[in-house]
Design a protein around this ligand. Structure first.
Ligand code: DAH
Length: 352
């Protein structure tokens, strides 16, 4: 036995004694300096001794690893990992394994979102995430809703009792349009350089809603914002037509009707030809061949002004598309409440 092998033996005896005394944990001993030195020394050994020496050192390491798994050492040792999403019991052992991701899958709404963000990215739009808590200024004032105007009722949402640092009421945003003022202010420098502002904002929206199979108090939207010089309604229509045709992988027809939003002028309601029927037979998805999909319009000059953008020089369009609704249409999902139910029978159907 060479001197190094003896040293491994001595180290093992020391470790065993320390573990038995309960002074240190196996996890800590695995970080022991001498053990590390010995492991590093394996490679430097002459070929004739390397195998026996390597086995002895690795046996010692394995001994500590299994001791760690059995929980040897002081009971107060903090957990090495804590997977807060894991089912009961998984975090009980010090070596709690993270769950194997191959069992999971993307939520169907996440898939719709990723796909659309990808389509718009290829058209030059960058993505900015929305917020789940905002204040009255971004929810209403920055979007040209006058104080006490009845249009605020259309976007009735959850108000918190807490106020922000400036005394403004906090709200759960009723639409992703709350991000318009932030995006415009942050990127307005681009306009001076002759570049457009082109952004999509995916996010959650919250409404005071009587929940039924097609309405929930929480759903997902994808906001779009485009500002440059001399932007027209034709640009708006072409952009949405291209993107939605790419999403449904077929050339769609559009139907555009006038509507009212305080933050756009003119405002439109935007319907696409049903991708699932020939507009004849009764269809489970559409009514009469058309599907109303989104609200949109040319950004109101006051909204640009609120972001310090000169509306006599620049203009643009915006839209708000319902990602939850689009996912329901795309997959023939009949009840919106499935999405947040957490039911595995539902979710497993969308595993790629
Ligand atoms: N925020 C509107 C809603 O949730 C949708 C919308 C309409 C967004 C017009 C826009 C827009 O950006 O320009 O109903």
């Amino acid at each position: 036995m060479n001197e190094h092998l003896e040293e491994v033996e001595a180290l093992r005896r020391r470790f065993e004694a320390e573990l038995a005394a309960g002074e240190v944990s196996a996890a800590e001993l695995l970080k022991d300096r001498r053990l590390k030195d010995l492991l590093a020394a394996v490679k430097a050994k002459p070929a004739g001794q390397r195998r026996a020496f390597g086995r002895a050192v690795n046996d010692l390491k394995d001994f500590l690893t299994s001791a760690r798994e059995e929980g040897a050492g002081p009971a107060t040792e903090p957990l090495a990992y804590l997977d807060v999403t894991a089912p009961f019991g998984v975090n009980q052992s010090e070596t709690a394994a993270l769950l194997d991701p191959s069992h999971g899958s993307l939520h169907p709404i996440a898939k719709t979102q990723n796909e659309l963000v990808g389509i718009f990215a290829r058209m030059g739009f960058e993505a900015v995430e929305s917020r789940q808590l905002d204040n009255e200024f971004y929810m209403f004032d920055s979007l040209n809703f006058p104080q006490n105007h009845p249009a605020r009722d259309e976007f009735d949402t959850f108000f918190l009792q807490e106020k922000d640092a400036d005394g403004r009421a906090l709200v759960a945003p009723a639409h992703t349009s709350t991000m318009q003022n932030r995006v415009l202010k942050r990127l307005k420098g681009r306009l001076e350089k002759g570049l457009p502002i082109a952004v999509v904002v995916p996010g959650r929206a919250f409404r005071n809603e009587d929940v039924d199979s097609t309405h929930d108090h929480m759903f997902y939207q994808l906001e779009g914002i485009y500002v440059a010089e001399k932007v027209t309604v034709a640009n708006l229509i072409a952009t949405l037509k291209e993107a939605l045709s790419a999403f449904f992988k077929q050339e769609l027809e559009l139907k555009i009707q006038p509507f009212y939003f305080p933050f756009t002028e003119p405002s439109f309601e935007f319907a696409i030809s049903c991708p699932f029927c020939s507009q004849a037979a009764a269809c489970r998805v559409c009514s009469g061949g058309w599907i109303e999909l989104l609200g949109c319009g040319m950004i109101h000059p006051n909204v640009l002004r609120m972001a310090d953008i000169d509306p006599t020089r620049y203009n643009g369009f915006a839209w708000g598309l319902g990602l939850t609704r689009l996912t329901m249409i795309g997959h023939g999902i009949e009840d919106i409440r499935h999405f947040a139910s957490g039911k595995l029978e539902f979710l497993r159907q969308f595993k790629a």
